[in-house]
Design a protein around this ligand. Sequence first.
Ligand code: GLN
Length: 246
Amino acid sequence: MKLNVCWMYHDIMDLYGDKGNMMVLEKRCKDRGIDFLLDTCTIGEEKDLSTYDLLFIGGGADKEQHMLIDDLLSRKDNIKKAMDSNTFILLICGGYQLFGQYYIDADNNKIDCLKFFDYYTENCEDKKRCIGNIAINCKLEDQEFMVIGFENHGGQTQNVKHPFGQVLAGHGNNFEEKTEGFYNGQVLGTYMHGPLLPKNPKVADFIIYKSIQKHNPEFQLSDLLPLDDSLENKAKNQMLQRLQVL
Ligand code: GLN
């Protein structure tokens, strides 16, 4: 069994420890005897993205989003091919925004995005930002559980038809709606840095399972050997208590 991952724009999209997401996937795969192959793809590099089980893009400031957008748009057909062939996609913050319709940055510059989904992101009038720890309630297939993270974004994402979760503390997609991220069964976009997966082993395992399914359609979440997550769960409960959610 193996997991073949491509971290796109690894050299510029890596905020608040997003690379920890890759480290955690590697550790949780290795502990179970699953080969973990991590490749990267940056601006100008030729790669067939549809060959991977999982694509990952981390967060980035407006500057980095402008730097990569032409390259990302040039890969639109290839990313569509990846989606059509069941590659799972994990997008954090700046990466998440770029899969929607458009992003208007803090200086009112518009980035036309990939337009795979209906959501769009605009800045906040007085340059306010959503910053701080966040807790949400999410439902991934038949599991319902809380997820914690850290957010820092000016972008206000609207018109999300399928949010990743409901906000219990913090902001999420925007200041008003109390929804967080996007999840459609194959693409998971979220504002949660922190990083997401070390803080939330259940999300990490869910992504491993969905990604493995690309080449092993029979594979189930219950096929993943259980690991000892007691420290992670203790840290998570501490944060949930601090946020007065528990
Ligand atoms: N530049 C984007 C914003 O401020 C994304 C920031 C991020 O990835 N943390 O909304």
